[in-house]
Design a protein around this ligand. Structure first.
Ligand code: PHE
Length: 341
């Protein structure tokens, strides 16, 4: 029996040693030390022993149990420590590694300029309208007093969708004047920014697609003085106090009288330089008092109401605002250019 016990001891110690997981170690505990384990099985046969042998074997069995329990405990602790060590290695997070900065975009310079213009007009009580880029020629031309045969209606200038020239890409934001007159209550104070299209070759100052901001006021007793006062205020807010403007007579079919407004060149201060082509002034917008016929066609009595309108070229405004020399840069989407704003 003594040999049996010694054999169990040796087996158990070897088995404990070989194991490397907590679950396997627990299985061994049951196998050797459990109620139905090998050690217990041997002890059950103690009755067969003589009275002198019993306490000796009993003592030996207790010693072996104590020893195995101790080794088991140590082994269990070392398995746990090893598992922890492994997790520490696997889950290591080096907080000193530099992070990857997310690339965040920002507003396009032209939309920065547009938002500034919107803010200024909203502050003066204007409503911002949005309208279709695919427009009826009736609204783009007829209702704006540019009848059949007007040079701007020519195929060579305008993108038409049909042989009859009834549907087109709008060549100006001015049809928004008509849409506003047709749908809004008087008095009207609106701006309408958006894309417009003309058959122009691309160069430093031209593009077949560009942006305008239309503006219009209709009320009783509105005069050219209101137009000039409003536009001068806008220019001073955009380009700084004291920025000089100049109004030149011009012709548009839907305004009478009509004018163009120039701003003093930001580069040379009016002396004349390459940026302003030696003029000292840069053309910024077209404007005028709304033609009585245009009001009449919209069912508004020109004897009671009067109004003015303007159309600003947005690219030109942004180019002046950010001192950009070539229009093409605005549309090329070169990040090295766009990042500067
Ligand atoms: N629509 C004109 C253009 O494209 C600008 C304009 C708008 C002129 C409103 C007068 C009044 O040139």
């Amino acid at each position: 029996m003594k040999q049996q016990l010694e054999a169990i001891r040796a087996d158990a110690l070897a088995a404990f040693n070989a194991v490397d997981s907590a679950a396997a170690l627990d299985a061994l505990r049951v196998q050797y030390l459990g109620k139905k384990g090998e050690l217990t099985a041997v002890l059950k046969q103690m009755g067969k022993l003589s009275a002198e042998e019993r306490p000796v074997i009993g003592q030996l069995a207790n010693d072996i149990r104590a020893e195995l329990e101790k080794v088991l405990e140590e082994k269990s602790a070392s398995i746990e420590a090893q598992a922890l060590q492994q997790r520490l290695v696997e889950e290591k997070l080096d907080v000193t590694i530099p992070g990857k900065a997310p690339v965040i975009g920002h507003k396009h310079p032209m939309y920065i300029a547009l938002d500034e213009i919107k803010d200024i007009f909203i502050g003066m009580g204007f409503t911002v309208l949005d309208g279709p880029e695919v427009e009826f020629a009736e609204l783009n031309f007829d209702r704006l007093n540019a009848e059949e045969g007007h040079p701007s209606r020519d195929w060579s200038d305008t993108f038409y969708f049909d042989e009859d020239c009834r549907v087109m890409l709008r060549s100006q934001t001015s049809p928004m004047q008509v849409r506003a007159m047709d749908t809004m209550e008087l008095p009207i104070r609106i701006i309408a920014p958006g894309r417009v299209y003309r058959k122009d070759e691309v160069d430093a100052t031209h593009s077949p697609m560009f942006h305008q901001v239309e503006g219009m006021v209709i009320d009783k007793g509105v005069t050219m003085a209101d137009l000039k006062g409003t536009l001068n205020t806008v220019v001073e807010q955009l380009y700084g106090k004291g920025t000089k403007t100049r109004f030149r007579p011009h012709h548009f079919p839907f305004t009478e009288p009509s004018c163009e407004m120039d701003v003093q060149c930001h580069k040379c201060g009016g002396v004349g330089c390459p940026t302003c082509k030696g003029e000292g002034w840069i053309e910024l917008l077209g404007a005028g008092m709304i033609h009585p016929r245009v009001l009449e066609m919209a069912g508004i009595d020109p004897e009671v109401y009067s109004g003015w309108a303007f159309g600003i070229g947005l690219e030109r405004t942004a180019m002046r605002r950010f001192k950009i020399a070539d229009l093409r840069l605005i549309f090329e989407n070169d990040i090295r250019f766009l990042e500067q704003f």
